[in-house]
Design a protein around this ligand. Structure first.
Ligand code: PEP
Ligand code: MG
Length: 317
């Protein structure tokens, strides 16, 4: 259970009725981690490792990655979790030294963990570095773009093999829920992982079939559309069945209108942009779980995104 993993004593964000919602940061570097801690982050819910790869002319070696991840873990200290997401390139995130053959539909092509299956040495190297870094902090691993159960089995096998080679302790393992199939299958996938983190940017893109960066479609690519909320609710229900927790690391986790609804649906952790940490904690402290649950119920029966926003007006803080 998430609660057992969190033994530190920093100032938590508790709702009015005393329920803790963990507020952690989305980061891309050690500098971000330092900034996040200063602003009250209770950990890191998403380290986007692709940024570490993208700023280089060739892939960082296992030792280099170990040093980078360990450096970030040290900034966070022994109590704050660091969730490291494995490389999520492809789609809108190209890397010059890892060319992907031209695809008709890059967002539906070799992206995220799929690249790691095509080029396993890249993924294995990263897994080894993450396992080594897990010796210096509370480091967990998370995989992007998981859709099928076999993919979970494959990454878990890789982790187990590398873990035995290195002789290190087991690591908590989670997946991004950003492909609708993962949300729909959450009650079964939850048996296999320690946690889920909902990537609402991609979940919205794939559920509404709208490019997340499309300038003309931007007004409609709404993570608060009830279809997305229903998938998140289904994810939480599936996770609950097996005593696993669900976080949200996509953009709506930082949206003040989404926060009461997410809490009402049973989301335990919000991984948000660094700058929004203080205001999100302040907002959580004004909320009451029972009210949030009512709001979530209304939002889940809303017919449009606009209706959802009416259910959850902007807070005054
Ligand atoms: C997401 O898809 O919501 C997410 C957090 O991942 P990224 O934005 O890095 O694709
Ligand atoms: Mg994503």
């Amino acid at each position: 259970k998430r609660e057992e993993d969190l033994t530190h004593t920093m100032e938590y964000a508790l709702t009015q009725d005393g329920k803790r919602i963990e507020v952690v940061a989305n980061i891309g570097s050690q500098k971000d981690a330092e900034e996040a801690v200063k602003l009250g982050a209770e950990g890191v819910g998403l380290l986007r490792t692709e940024f570490i790869f993208m700023e280089r002319v060739k892939a960082p070696t296992e030792d280099e990655q170990t040093a980078i991840y360990s450096g970030i873990a040290k900034v966070l200290g022994p109590e704050r979790p660091l969730i490291i997401r494995t490389l999520d390139v492809g789609g809108d995130k190209p890397i010059s030294y890892m060319p992907i053959p031209k695809e008709e539909n890059p967002y539906l092509g070799e992206r995220g963990v799929r690249i790691g299956f095509d080029r396993p040495e890249i993924l294995r190297t990263q897994i080894r570095a993450i396992l080594r870094a897990s010796e210096v902090g509370k480091v967990w691993v998370m995989f992007p773009m998981i859709g099928r159960l076999e993919e979970i089995h494959m990454v878990k096998n890789m982790i187990e093999e590398e873990r035995q080679n290195l002789g290190v302790a087991p690591i908590k393992t989670g997946i991004m829920v950003e492909i609708p199939a993962a949300a729909v299958m959450a009650d079964l996938y939850a048996k296999e992982v320690d946690f889920f983190s909902v990537g609402t940017n991609d979940l919205t893109q794939y559920t509404l079939a709208m490019d997340r960066g499309h300038p003309k479609l931007a007004p409609y690519v709404d993570g608060l559309h009830p279809a997305i909320l229903r998938l998140i609710a289904q994810t939480v229900k599936g996770a609950d069945k097996h005593g696993k927790w669900v976080g949200v690391c996509g953009g709506i986790g930082s949206d003040p209108q989404a926060i009461p609804i997410l809490i009402g649906m049973g989301v335990k952790e919000l991984s948000v942009s660094i700058n929004s940490i203080p205001t999100i904690k302040a907002q959580i402290r004004t909320l009451n779980t029972a009210d949030c649950q009512k709001m979530a119920e209304l939002a889940l029966s809303a017919e449009t995104g606009a209706e959802v926003r009416e259910v959850s007006p902007l807070p005054e803080i």
